[in-house]
Design a protein around this ligand. Sequence first.
Ligand SMILES: NC(=O)c1ccc[n+]([C@@H]2O[C@H](COP(=O)([O-])OP(=O)(O)OC[C@H]3O[C@@H](n4cnc5c(N)ncnc54)[C@H](O)[C@@H]3O)[C@@H](O)[C@H]2O)c1
Length: 383
Amino acid sequence: MTKTVNVAIVGGGLMGREIAAALQRWPALIDHPVHPQLTAVCDINPAVLDWFDQIPTVTRTVADYADLLADEAIDVLYIAVRHDLHHQLYVDTIRAGKSLLAEKPFGIDGSAAEAIVAAVAANPQSFVRCSSEMPFFPGAQVALNYVRSGALGRIIEARCAFLHASDLDVDKAINWKRQARYCGEAGVMNDLGLHVWHVPLRLGWAPDRIFGVLQDIVTERPALDGGRERCDTWDNAVLHGWVSRDGYSFPLTTEMKRIEPGEKNTWEFEALGMGGGVRFSTKNPKRVQVFSLVDVPGGGREQVWSSLDAGSQSVWPTVTGPNFESGFSDAILQMLAAFLAEREDALGERFGCATPNEAAATHEIYRAAIRSHETGQVVRLGG
Ligand SMILES: NC(=O)c1ccc[n+]([C@@H]2O[C@H](COP(=O)([O-])OP(=O)(O)OC[C@H]3O[C@@H](n4cnc5c(N)ncnc54)[C@H](O)[C@@H]3O)[C@@H](O)[C@H]2O)c1
């Protein structure tokens, strides 16, 4: 019989509702080892909790997350709150022995991340991973598996990007994500950084040098009281890195932008090598482009970029027809499937959610990028 896992959500805002909705689509997964049941939700705003009334399994709504930590029936917490709250809530959850799917950036800064990693090490009964769903797009998985196959040969360069443009609207009101005291000194890197670093870090592409190009383009925004408030977070960040492996180095560029005209949640990955290449962008979510050298009938070799449609299947099989399209909500479902399967030690070789060490490593990269931007120098990491 499938094991039931009781899940609680802390923070019922944008992401809390997304995760709640994804859990309702669980029957789409084939032969998953667990059946998660959303039983409780915590939010300090009672109006937010009303939305969860429509989910029949939710029998408990609370304003204080400590009530959920004391509830022996709850196995797993998904926590989606402001970045300045991550440290306390994550550490308390881990110490209570609950499993945790944390939202990025896994603490507001490096010292918060270190404290959370230390709590994980001291409480092995708590299974902890950090949210990063974009690599679960089927096309992203095709690209990742292409790189893992070794088809690139010697790597020339790689790039990963996450691009938005809603902040192009200078009349958009200020919110906590645009204020350093809540979002963190790393600004857009805290918001979008784990999305772009999850795959490179999983591939073993930790950079040893970083040059950071950071921009604070919109410096104030309308406040709720009708006045203006300082908007003091980095809007755009481009990090030029060098990755050293197999006796050579290659450039790895990551782009995290809130202001990239024309883009809405676009995640891109590209890797080029002497033997092949691969490109994927959620802008064309079915299409994966692959580069190869092709023998041409009649003689000679040509350089060819070809395209394939990725279909619907990602990490965990679903009832969805293999030729159907996939989207953001499907990627969220796949991330949850990977998290709960790995918690049962049933993920095998399949791609998993970002680990505590991977999530914490991103803060070292952001810190190096800020220092590089301030000094105009390349900053070395590690060792
Ligand atoms: N994975 C993704 O694609 C993605 C997308 C957006 C945001 N996020 C991350 O999710 C987290 C939350 O972002 P969001 O957009 O959902 O924010 P949000 O502002 O929409 O929601 C946050 C919710 O937390 C509640 N809250 C505040 N303090 C609380 C407390 N002490 N206890 C319980 N609830 C509390 C608020 O009332 C609010 O309803 C952040 O870490 C953010 O970076 C991830």
